[in-house]
Ligand binder design. Structure first.
Ligand SMILES: Cc1ncc(COP(=O)(O)O)c(C=O)c1O
Length: 424
């Protein structure tokens, strides 16, 4: 038996993984053309044709509509901004409750607080870590107005079930598909099934523009409201001839011409980037099958995973070793980007202390808030157990892995399992 690197043996994974760099010469040339034009942004925050942005914003939005098969794509300067615009555009009001999973990035929930509405955290299921449908139904109250379904790690939430619960209770649905551009859910792109959805274009993501985001919807009214929130809506509605002033506090969420020129080139490469990740993940899943106590990613039938990360779960009783020991041993073997657990947003200090704005507990203590919302440990037992004890993952997104790299990772897993005595 080979000595584990953790105990001073040789590493199984020899080299350093190459960082994943999706930006190529096409993006550089496209950015240079914009620079040469001298027009780095062409938005105007008033009722004017340029309210909708310049040539590259328009071209990128039409390319996104074409790719994702939606009538409206609205670019924004981050997906955090996109989420704020989406929640405002669906008409969320102070005191409304919006259901969100605890496994997401913090911005998904703060976008709700932004409109002085209240996040209600609802547990995930343990196969693909998205909203659990039974828990979701239990968390609906007379005050619930919307659900945010998060396509965490690159796999869609169960949108048929979520849309059916939403329609039964008259709720709107937002898809946070930040981590899942290009993932398919039963023949449609993740992000396009909800009332409104979208993707992050930050530099960690499958395709990126440094920072940025794309909001997609088939609802013209939601798209128009999102465009107003993106670009100083309060100053535009009057001249635009709109009487409706709900949620018309606008911002500068505008994405620049250079970013959009880069985005146009990136979008052309999305399918290729996704299929490269899928090939790596498929090879890993095949190579790791048979390791006792290890569960590799699950997929819903007729869905694809785009592997923002490669998530795994340990059956602690079967492996008889702590997750920390296993993660340390894998890292010592030279696997980069192994991480333990994900997050539990409801346990962040802001929710524990219920203070978002000011110092006195707003908006939980506002006159619009209808009831006390619980953020105690224990409200999302599946997410908490996965985070605290059993889930770990590989940051595939950060590396450009070839077959040989993947085979070394697989060999390292088998070595750790054998060195820790987990193979029986
Ligand atoms: C699930 C999720 N939602 C929202 C965001 C926020 O996106 P951005 O960084 O573009 O603002 C991220 C970013 O990592 C994310 O992963």
């Amino acid at each position: 038996m080979k000595k584990l690197a953790l105990n001073g043996g040789a590493k199984e994974v020899k080299g350093k993984f190459r960082p994943y760099n999706p930006i190529g010469v096409e993006e550089a040339e496209a950015a240079k053309r914009v620079l040469d034009s001298g027009i780095l942004s062409d938005f105007l925050g008033c009722w004017d044709p340029r309210f909708y942005g310049g040539a590259k914003v328009q071209e990128f939005e039409r390319a996104c509509e074409n790719y994702f098969g939606v009538p409206h794509a609205v670019t924004v300067n981050s997906w955090t901004a996109g989420l704020i615009a989406a929640i405002g555009a669906i008409g969320i009001e102070p005191g409304d409750e919006v259901i969100v999973p605890p496994w997401t990035m913090s911005a998904t929930a703060t976008a709700i607080l932004h409109w002085n509405a209240l996040p209600v955290f609802s547990d995930i299921e343990s196969n693909y870590f998205c909203l659990d449908i039974a828990a979701l139904e239990k968390n609906i109250t007379p005050y619930t107005k919307a659900i945010i379904a998060v396509d965490i790690f690159g796999h869609s939430a169960d949108m048929d079930a979520i849309m059916s619960v939403a329609s039964k209770h008259g709720l709107k649905v937002v898809s946070d598909s930040a981590q899942a551009p290009g993932a398919m859910y039963k023949g449609r792109y993740a992000g396009t099934i909800a009332n409104v959805g979208g993707y992050s274009l930050n530099y960690h993501k499958h395709i990126h523009t440094g920072e940025g985001g794309i909001l997609v919807t088939d609802d013209e009214e939601i798209a128009n409201k999102a465009r107003l929130i993106r670009n100083h809506g309060e100053a535009v509605v009057g001249d635009m001839g709109r009487s409706e002033l709900a949620n018309m506090v606008g911002y500068n969420m505008r994405l620049g011409e250079i970013e959009c020129a880069i985005g146009i080139e990136q979008l052309k490469k999305l399918d290729d980037f996704v299929s490269r990740r899928q090939a790596v993940a498929q090879r890993l899943t095949t190579g790791l099958s048979g390791l006792p106590g290890l569960t590799t990613p699950h997929l819903i039938d007729d869905c694809t995973h785009v592997y923002y990360v490669y998530p795994m779960v340990l059956q602690i009783d079967a492996v008889d070793a702590s997750r920390t020991t296993i993660v340390d041993a894998l890292t010592a073997e030279g696997i980069q980007g192994v991480f333990a657990g994900y997050t539990n947003i409801h346990l962040l200090p802001m929710y524990q202390r219920k203070i978002a704005y000011g110092t006195t507990g707003f908006p939980w203590n506002s006159e619009f808030t209808k009831r006390s919302i619980c953020y105690d440990k224990g409200i999302c037992p599946v997410a908490e157990e996965l985070h605290d004890k059993t889930m770990f993952g590989l940051d595939l997104c950060r590396y450009d892995l070839c077959d040989d790299d993947v085979d070394q990772i697989i060999a390292a897993f088998w070595k750790v399992w054998s060195g820790l005595g987990l193979l029986g």
